[in-house]
Design a protein around this ligand. Sequence first.
Ligand code: AMP
Length: 306
Amino acid sequence: MSITVVGSVAYDSIESPAGRRERCLGGAATYFALAASFFTEVRVIAVVGEDFGPEQEAVFAARNIDTRGIERAPGKSFFWEGSYLENLNEAKTRNTELNVFAAFEPKIPGAYRDSEFLFLANIDPVLQRRVRESMPNVKLVAGDTMNYWIKDYRPALLEVLKGLDVLLINDTEVRMLAGNNNLVQAARAVMALGPRFLVVKHGEYGATLFLKSAPGGRGAEHRAPALPLEEVIDPTGAGDSFAGGFFGYLASQLELTPSAWRRAMFYGSVMGSFACERFGTERLQQLSRPEIDARFQVFRDLTHLD
Ligand code: AMP
């Protein structure tokens, strides 16, 4: 099974209590693709500028990620600057420059058309919707978004939600989207807008899976913990890496049983925990499958009851 992902491929400048990095490779689609590539074949749709060179290209190539859908355009790549000095759980955006994404017209390579899974990573909902509409035959569609788009691009975002099976979003954003501070009520309100499954990410406290069809509204939720880390170097991309582990694992399964969904939540947490251990994509670039499996076991032990 293969996943096509559309989202930002970017340069990030990041400040955390562990230090500062200027213009490292980032972007929601980048983190997602790297994390998912440990589980399944991944194809990326994005646009980059003239500042995207062989060094960045090599990061994708090393993980066998298909980049034929990454267009090169005159101008600069998407740029984001964020800080975690006030709160390690939530980035404070200092600057967002859409640059080449402002005029992006996504084109889907013919070779991507047989993807069964589609992930609409964080980017302008108008672009997410265009890609969704161009791939009507996919088996499962998941998506992500953030406060930036919820605040000022709501009508376009509501259109995207109608076409999603799964929405992954963090807990302050689900409350913001629903206009309701109670997590369960907010989750129900957001699922009424489209997605059948909702994954709410709680940063260092894990993530909760909600199902729209849960009888009586309760009982079918599942919560996966996050690994308590001794040192969080840089949480950038933890959410996208969670999504990559989660969706990548689902795409690797023959059948999407309830147990596959629960395991996917754990693989999401595993990948999110690795992403935090170094700045930018550094840790994901050095990762191996045995390390992923060993950490999955740590998560099992962390939550085992008997
Ligand atoms: P997260 O997993 O939520 O930490 O995502 C971090 C990534 O999202 C960074 O690498 C940024 O380049 C990217 N990003 C930040 N703001 C936006 C935005 N408004 N649209 C798309 N991508 C963004």
